[in-house]
Design a protein around this ligand. Structure first.
Ligand code: SAM
Length: 245
């Protein structure tokens, strides 16, 4: 196991890994370094995702910043572009309607899902975002001045003393995060939510992004959304519940 910082990763980086999303890491798609071979194709992907994603954002899209940070820290970001608003809105649509309380967002990046959560009616003062990347933290603080932006890893959620959290909405690259760290992250999330809490996570891959052992330990069950084709790459949203809390 290699890696550094708060998200040690399971594998050494591949030269083409920059342009591969985490969801495809372990699948046959890993063998397709097409973006490097066809840079104009990459440009088209990014342009399309940009059109998909920025139409309803009042602030700057953050795409150049996202790409810059992707180059600096590919393992922590593990996506070729920010999520589209279609995906972000699907994440927000999974918020439980039978609970109140603070909403926690993990890995907001440039704030697409943050934007969708606010649009869905989450009060700014109830929204707590945990982001590792300092540049993203600064952008988020500029774009969403009323939410709580914590420059901390997701696994530090417990240090805030929040309880009865309504839901945890995660844009973390879970497939790139080893089981031990996933255990800390999901454990902290379900402790903060208590019984009935929902952990909402998107993935590009074909199956649940949570490590199987962690899922067993936390007695997780899930529902999943239809595939969101209006995102590059297409993604699915999983909503996890735990029978252990
Ligand atoms: C795939 S990007 C998703 C960004 C954004 N949510 C979106 O959907 O466009 C993953 C984000 O998670 C952040 N991240 C990675 N590991 C983290 C951790 N342990 N705690 C908090 N943020 C983390 C990265 O800095 C990056 O902003």
């Amino acid at each position: 196991m290699t890696g550094s910082g708060n998200n040690p990763v399971k594998q050494a980086p591949k030269p083409w890994g920059l342009f591969l999303c985490a969801g495809f890491r372990a699948s046959k798609f890993t063998l397709r370094p097409f973006p490097i071979l066809f840079p104009s194709f990459v440009n088209r992907i990014l342009t399309t995702n940009e059109q998909l994603t920025v139409s309803n954002m009042s602030s700057q899209s953050g795409l150049p910043l996202f790409l810059g940070q992707l180059i600096r820290s590919p393992r922590n970001i593990s996506a070729i572009a920010p999520s589209s608003m279609a995906l972000a809105r699907q994440m927000a649509a999974e918020l439980p309607t039978n609970r109140t309380g603070p909403v926690v967002e993990f890995g907001p990046g440039t704030g697409r899902i943050t934007q969708a959560l606010l649009e869905a009616g989450v009060a700014a003062q109830d929204l707590h975002a945990f982001e590792l990347n300092e540049e993203f933290v600064q952008l988020l603080r500029r774009s969403f001045s009323d939410i709580h932006v914590h420059h901390k890893p997701a696994q530090d959620l417990g240090t805030l003393g929040l309880d009865q959290v309504r839901a945890v909405v995660s844009g973390l690259p879970l497939l790139s995060i080893p089981g031990a760290i996933q255990r800390e992250i999901l454990g902290a999330a379900f402790r903060a939510m208590g019984a009935g809490g929902v952990y909402i996570q998107f993935t590009y891959g074909p199956k649940s992004p949570v490590d199987e052992q962690v899922a067993q330990e936390l007695a997780l069950t899930y529902t999943k959304s239809r595939r969101i084709w209006g995102n590059l790459p297409p993604a699915t949203v999983y909503s996890f519940r735990s029978n252990m809390v």
